[in-house]
Write a protein that binds this ligand. Structure first.
Ligand code: SF4
Length: 245
């Protein structure tokens, strides 16, 4: 079983089209119980996300236990809290770092409330992470929406300069949270198909992964920061009625 664990709903950013959950955090002891529960269920991969997972101060403890049980740890981060020390402390337990990047132009990152120096910092993190642990996989997640359609070529060209493994293009879909108020940012089927045609057939240094509405329809298992287990399926959140604590 593979799942995504929103270890915290807190975030140090306030992106315009965010679709994070809003739940309270649990203590380390409570989350250890959940993790042992998942280990008993033979979980093989956990994608740690948030909010911003590095805001959860005991993330490293959980990553370590997970790794000791041979679980693959993927971590999705906005990178803004990462510096050399934090990377060194956590990286041995991380198999894949997934970074969110929708623009390389920091004036646009500011416009969409992602952050004024967002890319300036993120590109340093990309280099640092591979220098410290060359075997780590890096994936860049890009949400494709009306605001960045015409800048994706620049983003692609810039990414060629970094040692990344995957670039994932995610079609914007307002599923929850602030994103529900930004429906107008969604792209049409034709626009998203144009993006696929634009990038998928190139000879790349990295693999391109497409997350379209078909992907969205599949069942994804999510553990919320409160310990509830839910399914995200067909663009909707479905309660399982199960609490892992
Ligand atoms: S989109 Fe990601 S980085 Fe932005 S506010 Fe939401 S959780 Fe934070």
């Amino acid at each position: 079983m593979e799942l995504c664990w929103n270890i915290t709903s807190r975030c140090n950013k306030n992106c315009k089209y965010c679709f994070k959950f809003n739940k309270s955090d649990l203590s380390l002891e409570e989350n250890k119980k959940i993790l042992h529960n998942l280990i008993k269920r033979n979980v093989t991969k956990i994608t740690w996300s948030g909010g911003e997972p590095f805001l959860y101060k005991d993330l490293k403890e959980l990553l370590k236990i997970s790794k000791e049980h041979n679980i693959l740890n993927y971590v999705i981060t906005n990178t803004t809290l990462l510096d050399e020390n934090i990377i060194k402390e956590n990286i041995e337990y991380i198999d894949r770092l997934v970074v969110s990047l929708d623009f390389i132009d920091d004036s646009l990152n500011a416009k969409y409330e992602i952050g004024e120096n967002y890319f300036k910092h993120l590109k340093e993190v990309l280099k640092m992470v591979k220098r410290i642990k060359p075997s780590i996989e890096i994936k860049v997640n890009t949400v494709v929406f009306k605001g960045n359609l015409k800048f994706l070529e620049d983003l692609y060209q810039e990414l060629l300069n970094y040692d990344i493994d995957f670039w994932k293009l995610i079609r914007f879909f307002p599923i929850r949270g602030k994103s529900l108020q930004e429906n107008r940012l969604g792209v049409t089927d034709e626009e998203f198909q144009d993006v696929i045609d634009q990038f998928c057939h190139r000879h790349q240094k990295f693999d391109i992964v497409i997350h379209n509405l078909e992907e969205m329809k599949k069942r994804h298992i999510i553990v919320l920061s409160s310990g509830e287990l839910i399914y995200s399926e067909g663009g909707a959140d479905i309660e399982s009625g199960e609490k892992l604590l």
